[in-house]
Design a protein. Structure first.
Length: 118
């Protein structure tokens, strides 16, 4: 259901569009498995959603962020939608995931953070 890439300690997970409450559990299990199996330093979640964030997707983003915090990985969210970015940024606390418009910006920040931690 989700696709991913793992390279240089960065796990990029792409959530498909159309995730509803029924599909949320499957995506949550897949996401959790990937994070535990790969043990990334950074997780970037790319939302393939041109429309507003459905409650199921918002829940998945928060759950993934909590899991990242538990395993010591930073997290970031990527969405092409300015409305989605605004909503996510407005609902994130100071420890929440960074929100980006472009995948390359999120990866660049993760790589910079990795270099600083080395």
């Amino acid at each position: 259901m989700i696709s991913h890439v793992f390279d240089r300690g960065i796990l990029i997970i792409r959530f498909p569009s159309g995730i509803d409450v029924a599909g949320r559990a499957a995506v949550a299990v897949e996401t959790e498995h990937l994070i535990h199996a790969r043990r990334p330093l950074h997780v970037v979640i790319q939302l393939a959603l041109p429309e507003a964030v459905a409650p199921a997707v918002f829940s998945l983003v928060l759950r993934a962020h909590r899991l990242c915090t538990e395993v010591g990985a930073s997290s970031a969210i990527v969405s092409a939608s300015s409305d989605v970015r605004r909503l996510l940024a407005a609902n994130a606390d100071s420890s929440g995931p960074a929100v980006f418009a472009d995948l390359s910006d999120a990866v660049r920040q993760a790589l910079q953070g990795h270099e600083l931690a080395s």
